[in-house]
Design a protein. Structure first.
Length: 293
């Protein structure tokens, strides 16, 4: 009987492996979305958190673990917890820190965050009132820019189908993406992506990205941090509430803080884990005291 069941298992397993792998070119149309997921995490790492663009309709909890190593090899680990709250506008988000290394922040620290957030809201409202961001010409320019960027990455990368694997009992296709050495990017976005090598795990039919890992060929600087050459970025995504794919974990190595605007701090290894996703509704507003109601 044992031999019978072993034969059944062995007979069923190879079927998935023997299934022909899809053609690499069938994934080219999805390249902008794949590269966009990496790029969002790149900017998020450089900007010390910020929001998850893919989760712009959700509130969530973030646990951030930062590991640094000093000149003498000593290791320091800091764990921060944040609540991401939202307002009715896309830009109106509030990533409020609630604890540090297991201890709640003091009332004065909470009040300072609330004050800084209100200043951010006031600046954004003033900028929007002065701009023509909603004009038809501006919208057309933005659409044209995004189309040019999408065309750049679709043309830039060579795609290799590396195999079929399983992640959380989900069958996925692993792709290896490398920029063509002779390709000349036409956009700043394309030039930013030119020296990045990526591995992408994606569903076979819908091309939903389950995992991305990337290695930077050049240093990247923006916001409050510098990511060194050869820094790595990885993103894990899962289906949330059985209807939307969102990041649940990101990991970055080789990030250097630039808190004083000039001198770089030690290299950081940063892991961010996201949970407790809740759909934002128009009835949910951000209060100055930081509570979502």
């Amino acid at each position: 009987m044992l031999v019978f069941w072993l034969a059944i298992i062995l007979a069923s397993r190879p079927q998935e492996q023997l299934k022909p792998l899809p053609d690499a070119e069938s994934f080219r149309v999805a390249l902008p979305r794949m590269i966009g997921i990496f790029n969002s995490s790149l900017w998020r790492a450089a900007m010390h958190g910020d929001f998850l663009p893919e989760a712009s309709e959700y509130t969530y909890t973030e646990k951030e673990t930062i590991t640094t190593r000093g000149l003498r090899g000593e290791q320091r680990v800091q764990v921060n917890v944040y609540d991401m709250m939202r307002g009715p506008e896309y830009w109106n988000y509030y990533r409020k820190q609630t604890s540090r290394d297991g201890s709640s922040l003091s009332d004065s620290e909470m009040e300072r965050q609330d004050h800084q957030h209100q200043m951010f809201v006031d600046r954004m409202i003033a900028a929007i009132n002065k701009s023509d961001a909603g004009s038809e010409s501006t919208k057309k320019q933005e659409e044209s820019r995004m189309q040019a960027e999408d065309n750049d990455v679709r043309s830039m990368f060579e795609i290799r189908v590396a195999g079929r694997e399983r992640i959380d009992d989900l069958s996925v296709i692993r792709l290896e993406l490398n920029a063509r050495p002779t390709y000349r990017p036409r956009t700043d976005y394309g030039r930013q992506c030119q020296h990045v090598t990526l591995s992408v795990w994606t569903t076979e039919e819908s091309h939903e990205v389950v995992r991305v890992t990337a290695r930077l060929g050049d240093a990247f600087e923006a916001g409050f941090a510098v990511l060194e050459k050869e820094a790595t970025i990885s993103v894990e995504r899962r289906m949330i509430h059985e209807k939307v794919w969102l990041p649940v974990r990101t990991e970055v190595t080789g990030r250097h803080d630039r808190s004083d605007g000039r001198r770089l701090g030690p290299a950081e290894h940063v892991i961010a884990e996201f949970s407790n996703f809740k759909k934002f509704t128009v009835d949910t507003i951000i209060r100055p005291a930081g509570m979502v109601q």
